[in-house]
Design a protein around this ligand. Structure first.
Ligand code: 7TS
Length: 410
């Protein structure tokens, strides 16, 4: 059987990413911090430059050619996202700043009907973006925040899922793929349990949408949030998918220009979806850039992206497991991240020495402090991959780990 690497022309993909040509501390850059943000292909960079050079204008207001062109491209980007995640229509797609804003939007706008004692279920592996908004809401409104436990492998514990999603639960909000453990959560199955209990299913797709085919209707997610910058797009643009009837029933999160239909001295009616949730002048160039990033991924095929990720992460796990004194966190079946620690060496020291070798990884709590307390570590080192990475880069990374051990004499 052909490997995904054979199907994809990795060398020509790499040529699309200008930054991959640069050197760091005199060494070729090995960029393994893709879970924090991905690099951008020249197609995205050029589309944004083209926008500013050729049709920069504000959208949804100016009846001149530039305004029409900008509006069309911005709207088209919503449609591309809808197709990408198999949503019904561009009306299900709200542009935000990032996953964090998307999740906050839900937490602020969805919760009007909640009453004291109602429960929200999240898990122990959530990123702070899918944790703190619910925690604050619970404190303000007298709601109860419940935590679905993880098992020893780093998967959601089946019994804990059943215990924490009950008739008292109004919202279940879970990450699709953990940014630390790489765990791929069975969102479709959990959405079914949530819906059997009349709760809504909110999904943090920040680490899933860039790496696997997403079908929001198959998952039966009520809301699905992700960031453009982790999927070859620019920073400053994120997405919230929502079911239409829910979005229609919700109050806007931000009030002001653009999101209104009519304003009088007595009151305001709101614009139609999705513009009701897109107040003020949006990140137009970024929306255009995200549309092109989606074109790029679609052309390659998300099944191929996922296949390539799997090859890379399996190779990395295999090579890392061969190094004495390395602990790897998370299950065997995983997304494109591997978190680890080297015995007796702080993760920050690991990252710093790797940096001197040109290898960029992240170390720290990865915005998952509650998870760190469950894992009983202050931090982990984390390598995260994307379609332009190679096995040779993983070899350089492993050589770097040996160097770390030599420096510390372990
Ligand atoms: N949810 C998950 C699962 C994430 O991994 C991240 C970012 C976010 C939400 C927030 O995304 P943002 O675009 O709103 O910032 N995760 C990481 C990371 O792992 N390292 O840096 C950012």
């Amino acid at each position: 059987m052909l490997s995904t690497k054979t199907i994809l022309d990795i060398e020509s993909i790499r040529k699309d990413f200008p930054i991959l040509q640069r050197r760091v501390h005199g060494k070729p850059l090995v960029y393994f911090d893709n879970a924090a943000t991905s690099q951008k292909p020249k197609q995205v960079i050029e589309a944004m430059e083209f926008y500013y050079k050729n049709y920069n204008a504000n959208i949804h207001r100016s009846i001149h050619e530039l305004g029409e062109e900008a509006t069309a491209k911005f709207e088209e980007a919503h449609g591309k996202i809808a197709d990408f995640i198999k949503a019904d229509s561009y009306q299900n797609i709200i542009f935000t700043k990032n996953t964090t804003e998307s999740l906050n939007l839900v937490a602020y706008s969805l919760t009007a009907g909640l009453k004291k004692g109602d429960e929200i279920a999240v898990s122990q592996m959530e990123h702070h973006s899918n944790f703190v908004p619910w925690q604050q809401l619970a404190k303000q409104r007298g709601l109860k925040l419940k935590f679905i436990k993880i098992d020893d492998e780093g998967k959601l514990d089946g019994e804990s899922i059943r215990e924490n999603i009950t008739k008292k639960t109004k919202i279940v909000s879970l990450t699709h793929v953990s940014n630390v453990l790489g765990t791929i959560n069975p969102i479709g199955e959990i959405a079914k349990i949530a819906h059997e209990n009349d709760a809504l299913m909110v999904v943090d797709g920040a680490q899933a949408a860039p790496h696997m085919p997403i079908d929001v209707k198959k998952l039966d997610a009520d809301f699905y949030a992700f960031s453009g910058h982790k999927m070859l797009g620019p920073t400053g643009i994120g997405v919230l998918y929502g079911k239409k009837e829910l979005l229609e029933s919700m109050q806007p999160f931000l009030y002001g220009g653009e999101m209104i239909r009519e304003v009088t001295f007595d009151g305001t009616s709101f614009n139609e979806l999705p513009w009701k949730f897109e107040a003020g002048t949006m990140n137009i160039a970024e929306g255009v850039g995200l549309g092109v990033a989606i074109d790029y991924l679609t052309k390659i095929g998300m099944n191929h992206v996922q296949g390539r990720d799997k090859e890379l992460v399996s190779y990395a796990v295999e090579k890392l497991s061969e190094v004495d004194g390395v602990t790897i966190y998370g299950p065997k079946e995983r997304g494109a991240v591997v978190s680890f620690n080297v015995d007796n060496i702080h993760a920050h020291d690991v990252a710093q020495i790797l940096d001197s070798e040109g290898v960029a990884i992240r170390a720290g709590h990865h915005c998952c402090m509650p998870l760190m307390s469950v894992l009983k570590v202050p931090a982990t080192a984390r390598a995260s991959f994307y379609l332009y990475n190679t096995e040779q880069e993983i070899d350089a990374f492993i050589n770097g780990i040996h160097k770390v051990k030599n420096v510390f004499g372990v």
